[in-house]
Design a protein around this ligand. Sequence first.
Ligand SMILES: NC(=O)c1ccc[n+]([C@@H]2O[C@H](COP(=O)([O-])OP(=O)(O)OC[C@H]3O[C@@H](n4cnc5c(N)ncnc54)[C@H](O)[C@@H]3O)[C@@H](O)[C@H]2O)c1
Ligand SMILES: [Zn+2]
Length: 385
Amino acid sequence: MTYKPIEQRFSVEYQYRLHFTRDLFSPENDQLAEIIRSYKPEGTTKLLFVLDDGVAAAFPGLHDKIQAWCRLNEATDFREIITVAGGEEVKNDDRYVEEVLKAIDRNHICRHSFVIVIGGGAVIDMAGYAATIAHRGVKLIRVPTTVLSQNDAAVGVKNGINYFGKKNFIGTFAVPYAIINDADFLTTLEQRDWIAGVSEGVKVSLIKDHDFFEFIERHAADFPARKPDIMQELIYRCAELHMQHIARGGDPFESGSSRPLDFGHWAAHKLEHMTGYSIRHGEAVAVGMALDVTYAMLCNITTEEVRNRVIRVLETIGFDLRLPVNGDEEIETLLNGIEEFREHLGGKLTITLLTEIGNKHDVHEIDTALMREAIRIMSNQQIDA
Ligand SMILES: NC(=O)c1ccc[n+]([C@@H]2O[C@H](COP(=O)([O-])OP(=O)(O)OC[C@H]3O[C@@H](n4cnc5c(N)ncnc54)[C@H](O)[C@@H]3O)[C@@H](O)[C@H]2O)c1
Ligand SMILES: [Zn+2]
């Protein structure tokens, strides 16, 4: 007796919204209540909050304000607020995942309840991961509080933590219920965190949208000057391009080998690790893009003019583009990042490079001698742009 394979096929449609607001937990703000009611129009829904301690420190009244807001809103069944370390530390130590899991268990958070995570990209990645593995997935609302998380990290479908010394080694693809960007959270960011996320806007403009790059170029000096309206425009367009890529790029869960949104990221991920996460993801991305555009120039994939234009914009925004590598050994360690990047995605090596502003070109091989040369140029940092 032979058995034919039993074929299985189904598709699932996903939908989620990124909302924009200010002062999310003011008594008059109905945004979050509306989102909860959109899920469950009648009765109450259990809420567990996970809060970044950097946000808690910057907004000392936030804890009480959230509780007061919940008391005012009948749709909510407030359970607990847990506070976790902000920054990459929270992704480097898996006990934080366990803390969130314990809180989910203690508060009987089920698939019909919400975990609401408020924080930077690192806390969002970690708590999102915990939420997606508890009961095989409890509902998640993300409230990102940094520029980078509002325009990139929190708007997509990836969650994760670092493991074996590797970025995002453990993680899940899972779709959030909703994301809420509250512009007021950004006011307390340190200057470096205000700036860091702008690099993801530069990235997505370089590979997808020439006009957006020109907007950023025109306003490059307005970013360090902290002009909030310009920042809001950048966040909006950057988030929109990231979300469009997920929905229309044909590979929302990255089963292929190409990841164009990771322009500049092979070096970025390695540099974050090599510096013990003393540089921010966004800062590392700026350095990684400057390196790859220099390499592309050395390979004649792009022109010196394009390369210098990119570097000028990044420097005006406030990035230090010097590669933090010293000596041959560190250069070789950095170069290992290319293979690690390939391994993370699986399949054929695919590195996205720029041909011109707004246009990318994927390569499947890196000329190591030329990349070493690019690294030397960018670490000696006589950047004559
Ligand atoms: N999942 C994804 O698709 C994706 C995409 C891009 C980046 N990421 C991840 O995002 C992380 C970086 O996120 P990030 O740039 O937001 O940095 P971060 O989360 O490391 O936060 C930086 C610092 O800012 C503090 N902070 C956060 N909000 C604040 C506020 N409103 N006021 C004052 N301080 C505040 C934090 O406590 C922390 O100390 C990295 O781990 C990166 O890998 C994930
Ligand atoms: Zn990134």
